[in-house]
Design a protein around this ligand. Sequence first.
Ligand SMILES: [Zn+2]
Length: 64
Amino acid sequence: MAKREKYQSTIRCLKCGAICTATYSENENPVFGNGVEKKIESVSHGFRIELERIICGNCNLPIQ
Ligand SMILES: [Zn+2]
């Protein structure tokens, strides 16, 4: 069984200072070797996920 872990991280938009709480999940993926697959599960209000990046809703810029 692959291990699946969830954790939260706080990221700040450097432009407007808004703070985003993002929930990530990490999956150990034995099929592709030793890699760990990291996925953004959800972000707090005012932000959105686009192409696996967090976009600040105020600035429309990726913040990571
Ligand atoms: Zn911003």
